[in-house]
Design a protein around this ligand. Structure first.
Ligand SMILES: [Ca+2]
Ligand SMILES: [Ca+2]
Ligand SMILES: [Ca+2]
Ligand SMILES: [Ca+2]
Length: 409
């Protein structure tokens, strides 16, 4: 039993070391298989020790190729850096602020064909210059360039015309407070022979009481107001006066307007023919102030009835038939407007002149030249004045005649 047991044990011990071997052998085979499988799966079966690549496929980086400082770009192809592409090669130097020729100097001796050519214009005050390369730009050097036109007798903007293209402006050279007052008004500023001139303006004129205007532009019509005048108007408003009555009315109204505030001038109005008085004379209004006379003067319109008894009207006014309220210290002026001879009574010029002289009245007559000889003696004997009813605008002449009586200029 012991021997058999020993064999069994011996046999058994032999079997165990064989088993160990087999087991080791199987493990080795398994490891080899797994190792081969692993290496095969990594794809490195043929070159498992290849070196690390230079770059990753498609990667880029800047590059330079002397003498120019770049920059170009090189690209990774097949894990190697490819050629430097897009880098600057030396080029002809041009005027552009860059060192094209890569010699280390910017814009040295640039080759632009314009350089050295003349530039600009010799017109007007301009003169030509030469093109040079300045700070990377082709620049006209030494030229006198155009500038905005000024009023100086020179062609500043060099378009060939002296002192043109200057805006016209409103101007006024008088005292500012007189602008737009009376006769004063602004004008247009123009450049004339190198200097500004204010054309068409009107600045204050000297005081002038002969024209019914505010010549000195102080806001009131120029009048002298130191003469007392009782003015009696004798107005023929028959149909034949149709061309002249509006001028009479205009001159009288402007005079009344000028003396609107005066208490030294008074105006009475007699008209003929009068339809309500058998075609004779009628007192339209007794002496009133100029401002009060305005409404009556405006009512002087053509009537178509009656005759023109001009002597009678003046005679009646002189002898007091109308109860006119003459002032003893006033100059009395009889002012007649007619285009007819006297009609229909036995009075003579001497009769009328005598009555007027008795009163101290002077005859200032506006009469059609055809019939002035019917009134000459009255004018002469009363030391009056004869004027034509025809001629230059009657309104202006009536006004200036009246003003010549009220001002001493
Ligand atoms: Ca350059
Ligand atoms: Ca010009
Ligand atoms: Ca100029
Ligand atoms: Ca004035």
């Amino acid at each position: 039993m012991g021997a058999r047991q020993g064999r069994v044990e011996a046999s058994y011990g032999h079997d165990r070391s064989w088993m160990r071997w087999r087991l080791f052998d199987a493990r080795l085979a398994m490891l080899s298989f797994v190792g081969l499988l692993t290496l095969s799966s990594l794809g490195c079966r043929d070159s498992p020790l290849r070196p690390v690549p230079n770059c990753l496929e498609g990667e880029t980086r800047p590059c330079t190729v002397p003498p120019c400082p770049g920059p170009g770009i090189e690209t990774c192809i097949d894990n190697e850096w490819g050629p430097c592409e897009g880098y600057q090669e030396p080029r002809p130097e041009m005027c552009n602020g860059r060192d094209d020729s890569c010699d280390g100097f910017v814009d040295n001796n640039p080759l632009d064909p314009e350089i050295g050519e003349r530039c600009g214009t010799n017109t007007g005050r301009c003169s030509k210059g030469v093109i040079r390369c300045i700070h990377g730009e082709l620049t006209c050097v030494g030229a006198i360039e155009p500038r905005p036109e000024e009023c100086n007798g020179m062609d500043d903007d060099c378009d060939g015309i002296i002192d043109n293209n200057i805006p016209e402006e409103i101007c006024y050279t008088g005292p500012p407070e007189t602008r737009g007052v009376g006769i004063c008004h602004a004008g247009i500023q123009r450049c004339v022979r190198g200097a500004f001139v204010c054309e068409h303006e009107q600045t204050p004129m000297p005081f002038d009481c002969t024209n019914g205007l505010d010549n000195n532009c102080d806001g009131s019509i120029d009048i002298e107001d130191d003469t007392d005048i009782d003015l009696v108007l004798f107005v023929d408003w028959s149909g034949s006066m149709v061309r002249t009555l509006s001028g009479v009315r205009n001159g009288l109204l402007r005079f009344a307007e000028a003396y609107r505030d005066s208490d030294r001038i008074r105006i009475a109005t007699v008209v003929f023919p009068d339809a309500q008085n058998d075609g004779y004379c009628a007192l339209l209004e007794d002496f009133v102030s100029p401002s009060e006379a305005i409404a009556t003067l405006q009512s002087l319109q053509i009537q178509r009835v009656g005759i023109e008894p001009s002597y009678q009207c003046m005679y009646d006014a002189a002898i007091g038939l109308y109860d006119l309220d003459y002032r003893s210290d006033a100059d009395v002026i009889f002012m007649l407007f007619t285009d007819e001879p006297n009609f229909n009574n036995d009075l003579t010029q001497e009769d009328v002149a005598e009555a007027m002289n008795e009163l101290g009245a002077t005859g200032h007559f506006f009469v059609d030249p055809l019939f002035q000889h019917h009134y000459d003696d009255i004018v002469e004997q009363t030391e009056g004045i004869m004027e034509d009813l025809e001629g230059e605008y009657l309104g202006d002449r009536v006004l200036s005649h009246l003003l010549s009586q009220t001002c001493s200029m």
